[in-house]
Write a protein that binds this ligand. Structure first.
Ligand code: GLU
Length: 462
């Protein structure tokens, strides 16, 4: 029996969960689920200066919000320092790693000289033990780093799950530092020990890591560990064709949660951004899991399309049951200090067709729970002297009728008949006064959900 499929996502807690990382997490998760395998969450917190607990919390919350459940983790690299040091000791003993005592100033000089000669700036391996080579005398007071003995020549080739065959020559890379003087390992080393220990079989990650992969493969080989398969997913570009970045708008999952997007819509949109299943645009997470076998991943960068995401979100909002939508809208209202009540599911039902986000739905719902200010232009256009007596008649009828759609509709019709007017001439000003704008769903349905006293008070302000 072959080993079970195991994938992982390994975010660094130096900020929110980036959309690109969320997409890679989704692919890793779906791949594991598709194959009945396991998905691991690892927090790569070895950049001690930039890692924060707050970022870790945000990442975990975003994973939870997206529903990307993991079978193991979170595993923190900083809790595995002993294990890394143990492997380093083995490598030092085996001669696949060595101490290097170069000072930062020496390294600067080395690079300077290489640049002057027009060469690539690579560590010149001056501390690498070699048969017959005399190493420099160990300087006093310089804490050493540990470097990996990268093979000095030959190609590293792997069959990338996304990009196909990739080859990088070892002459392009040097003996990288794997352990810093403070005893904390560097990314390329820790990631190998972790992927090895955690039995990771498939690594999906952003293609900015392609240049790290030869080092990692070489370290795996030096350790005699089985190699995972790698799939490097292209970057996501912003609307302007540049890499999606903080400076170019919302890039964190948290921001989309706050801005009223549904996790199922985010997953659907992120999945399609760089992967396809025929022409399918809308699909459930179950469908994705059944379809996602690692094929049909795009080799070229995907373009972030805010309008398309909004469209996808609108489809999910429309399809979501009102009882499930209401708590999300209630949470948005709460942020504005507004308490909703049991009318909210019906309000969602009435307005969800015209909303792209739960924030937009909350904007409508707010008109039922808090004061409104009618749009000034619409007010000037529709609430005219001619219509004021008509509004008074309507208010009169509404103060006495039963408070349901049929009775409200009858009151409106009687008012129109009494003044010889057509529906829009009355409906527009009533909408502006009661809801703040003339563009609302059917007036009787809207009024039925409003509190009668609120309607009368707002009509009085005509
Ligand atoms: N911590 C790395 C990152 O966030 C993980 C890279 C990897 O998946 O190997 O980019």
């Amino acid at each position: 029996m072959s080993a079970p499929i195991r994938t992982r996502i390994a975010p660094s807690p130096t900020g929110f969960l980036h959309l690109g990382t969320a997409r890679t997490a989704l692919y890793s998760w779906a791949y594991a689920r598709h194959h009945g395998g396991e998905f691991v969450l690892r927090i790569e917190d070895t950049d001690v200066a930039r890692s924060t607990q707050d970022s870790t919390d945000q990442i975990l919350a975003s994973m939870h919000w997206l529903g990307l459940d993991y079978d193991e983790g979170p595993i923190y690299q900083m809790q595995r320092l002993e294990r890394y040091r143990e492997v380093i000791a083995q490598m030092l003993a085996a001669g696949t790693a060595y101490h290097c005592y170069c000072t930062p100033a020496e390294l600067d000089d080395m690079r300077e000289a290489q640049r002057a000669r027009g060469e690539k700036t690579l560590y010149d391996r001056r501390w690498r033990p070699e048969p017959g080579k005399v190493l420099p005398p160990v300087p006093e007071g310089v804490p050493p780093v540990v470097r990996f003995c990268n093979p000095p020549a030959g190609d590293v080739t792997w069959n990338d799950l996304v990009k196909g065959e990739i080859t990088i020559n070892n002459r392009e890379i040097d003996d990288l530092i794997i352990l810093r003087p403070d005893g904390v390992p560097t990314y390329n080393f820790a990631v190998v020990v972790d992927d090895w220990d955690m039995h990771i079989t498939h690594v999906f990650r952003g293609d900015e890591h392609i240049n790290n992969t030869p080092w990692q493969i070489n370290i795996f080989r030096a350790l005699g560990a089985p190699l995972p398969a790698y799939g490097h997913v292209p970057v996501i570009l912003g609307d302007d064709g540049q890499k999606l970045s903080k400076r170019r708008g919302a890039v964190s999952v948290t921001a989309y949660e706050e801005n009223g997007y549904l996790p199922e819509a985010m997953l659907n949109y992120l999945a399609r951004l760089g992967w396809s299943h025929g022409d399918d645009e809308l699909f459930t997470r179950e469908q994705m899991v059944s379809w996602f076998d690692g094929s049909h991943l795009s080799k070229s960068p995907a373009q972030w399309d805010a309008a398309k995401l909004s469209w996808v979100n609108a489809q999910y909002i429309k399809a979501k049951p009102d009882d499930a939508l209401a708590p999300l809208v209630a949470a948005q209202l709460k942020k504005r200090g507004i308490e909703a009540d049991d009318r909210l599911p019906a309000i969602c039902a009435l307005f969800k067709d015209r909303c792209e986000t739960t924030v937009a739905l909350a904007d409508w719902a707010a008109a039922f729970y808090a004061d409104i200010t009618p749009n000034a232009d619409e007010r000037a256009l529709h609430v005219t002297d001619a219509v004021r007596p008509v509004l008074a008649t309507l208010a009169d009828k509404l103060s006495a009728c039963a408070w349901d759609k049929a009775a409200i509709s009858a009151a409106i019709k009687e008012t129109l008949a009494a003044h010889g007017l057509k529906m829009p001439q009355l409906a527009m000003p009533v909408r502006v006064l009661v809801m703040g704008t003339a563009q609302t769903p059917s007036l009787d349905a809207v009024l039925e959900l409003q509190d009668r006293q609120v309607v009368l008070a707002r009509l009085q302000k005509a």
